[in-house]
Design a protein around this ligand. Structure first.
Ligand SMILES: Nc1ncnc2c1ncn2[C@@H]1O[C@H](COP(=O)(O)OP(=O)(O)OP(=O)(O)O)[C@@H](O)[C@H]1O
Length: 245
């Protein structure tokens, strides 16, 4: 079957529903009673001061860790392992070439060699990685590594992409390039859930905002409402640059 047909036939795994979801370590409750639904096709930016629980939130949604109480459930199980995937701020790349980094997860997912070659070539072309294809991935610049990580995620055609501060370590032009890619993914229908501490970036990218403060979700809704008329003093202080944690 052609790759694009596989994508078209995919069952939708969204919405993702969090119900009274908490996460504790020992007696410390790090995320507390979160109710939230992630709907298909949206760009949700998770904001909040340092230590608010943004990264934990993403890791729980992605399934890297399990809630201690409450639930996190997908509408349906994905047909493939990477129907939802996550890209970290410092992506974990294999000590191999760029091409091999793109090929590897496809092989793990069971795609045949011919299909893999077609998919890897498409991806290298689309992400401008042809000139870097045979370079060792770990020797790429930070911006190039992040581009490769996004390309690798895209190769698996996820329905949902979790991004943890994807441009935190990058300069402004690399940041712009990553934001452009995120915008393109979104235009293709990939649902984006991303943490960012950068207010300007959040304004550029967010359609919806989830605002966490000390492990609680205290605002969630359309980005315009959050930025123009925040409902809580904590969000107002955060937007004014006065709330650090
Ligand atoms: N395994 C753990 N054990 C104990 N505390 C933890 C653990 N993981 C995270 N924490 C704490 O939970 C809180 C939330 O961490 P998290 O990394 O999610 O914050 P964040 O909002 O992403 O912060 P930042 O913007 O600084 O990256 C922090 O106070 C952190 O120290």
């Amino acid at each position: 079957m052609k790759v694009d047909k596989v994508i078209a036939s995919a069952t939708t795994i969204l919405p993702l529903r969090l119900k009274d979801m908490s996460y504790s370590v020992g007696k410390t409750r790090l995320l507390d009673g979160i109710d939230l639904t992630v709907n298909a096709g949206r760009r949700l930016i998770v904001m909040g001061p340092n230590g608010a629980g943004k990264s934990l939130f993403l890791r729980l949604c992605h399934g890297l860790i399990a809630p201690t109480s409450g639930s996190i459930s997908w509408q349906a199980q994905g047909p493939r392992p990477a129907a939802q995937t996550m890209v970290l701020q410092r992506p974990v790349l294999l000590r191999r070439s760029v091409r091999a980094n793109l090929n590897y997860p496809l092989a793990l997912a069971g795609y045949a060699r011919i299909a893999r070659e077609e998919m890897v070539h498409k991806t290298l072309t689309r992400f401008g990685l042809i000139p870097l294809a045979e370079r060792p991935a770990r020797l790429l610049s930070g911006g190039e590594q992040q581009r490769l990580a996004l390309a690798r995620a895209w190769t698996m055609r996820p329905q949902v992409l979790f991004l943890d501060e994807p441009s935190a370590a990058l300069d402004p032009s690399a940041t712009r390039a990553i934001e452009d890619l995120i915008g393109q993914f979104s235009d293709e229908g990939i649902t984006i859930v991303m943490t960012s501490h950068d207010l300007f970036q959040a304004r550029r990218l967010a359609q919806d905002v989830a605002f966490l403060h000390r492990g609680r979700l205290i605002e969630h809704g359309p980005a315009a409402r959050f930025f123009d008329a925040p409902q809580t003093p904590e969000a107002r202080d955060f937007l004014g640059g006065e709330l650090i944690w």
